[in-house]
Design a protein around this ligand. Structure first.
Ligand code: CA
Length: 225
């Protein structure tokens, strides 16, 4: 899967690129509108992540240009929270979906996967560890036949651990992937979410799926605890 990221903020572009590459995507970054249009014409991408406020040419114009050239690659537009643009304009210009900044990487990834599924480019994915199962498309979590109700953020923390099942992940990694790029609060917030998850996923079932690895972080047991 190949993704084009058209984004002039180097910090955001770089974080998105690194995150997607870690998920196995090939990523190209264009720092302005004209470069984005050019790259999209030169290569075949599966998804384009397109910022609206760009030097040279706005995301709207890039989108219109591509559609005019009959390029139907799914486009996910990035909009500013209190931006001057109407979100409807993003969709009117031919985008398939939009995401409001600041956003978390997990949500970005979920939206990209949803676009890939809708365009028939990827099979749906569920993650499992033993009898523990999460379905990112429906945001549902099960332990065996029992459905577990999680908040959106709890789900995202668990989904991240499930994607890295069996590996040790640090608090900072969880923070970088689940909270938005601009978050610079206390990494110990992750502990709070891990505690909530254990109360829901492990304690009622007498299990220990989420292990603490002293001084390193957490590890989700591939057997589900
Ligand atoms: Ca921008």
């Amino acid at each position: 899967m190949r993704v084009l990221v058209v984004e002039d903020e180097a910090k955001v572009a770089d974080a998105v690129r690194r995150g997607l590459e870690a998920e196995g995507f090939a990523v190209d970054v264009a720092p302005d509108g004209p470069e984005g249009v050019w790259l999209a014409g030169e290569h075949r991408y599966d998804v384009i992540v397109l910022d609206i406020m760009l030097p040279g040419m706005s995301g709207f114009r890039v989108c219109e240009e591509l559609r005019r050239a009959e390029n139907w690659t799914p486009i996910l537009m990035l909009t500013a929270k209190h931006g001057e643009y109407d979100l409807a304009e993003a969709l009117d210009s031919g985008a398939d979906d939009y995401l409001t900044k600041p956003f978390s990487f997990v949500v970005l990834l979920a939206r990209i996967r949803a676009l890939l599924r809708r365009s028939g480019r990827a099979a749906p994915i569920t993650h499992s560890a033993g009898d523990l199962r999460v379905d990112p498309a429906t945001h549902r979590c099960h332990r065996g036949d029992v459905e577990i109700t999680l908040t959106a953020r709890e789900f995202e923390v668990l989904e991240f651990l499930m994607r890295r099942v069996g590996e040790v992940v640090s608090k900072v990694e969880v923070l970088d992937n689940v909270w938005d790029f601009a978050f610079d609060g206390d990494p110990n917030i992750v502990e709070v979410y891990i505690r909530h998850l254990r109360k829901k996923l492990d304690e009622p079932f007498g299990r220990h799926a989420i292990e603490t690895v002293r001084g390193a972080g957490y590890r989700l047991d591939p057997g589900g605890g």
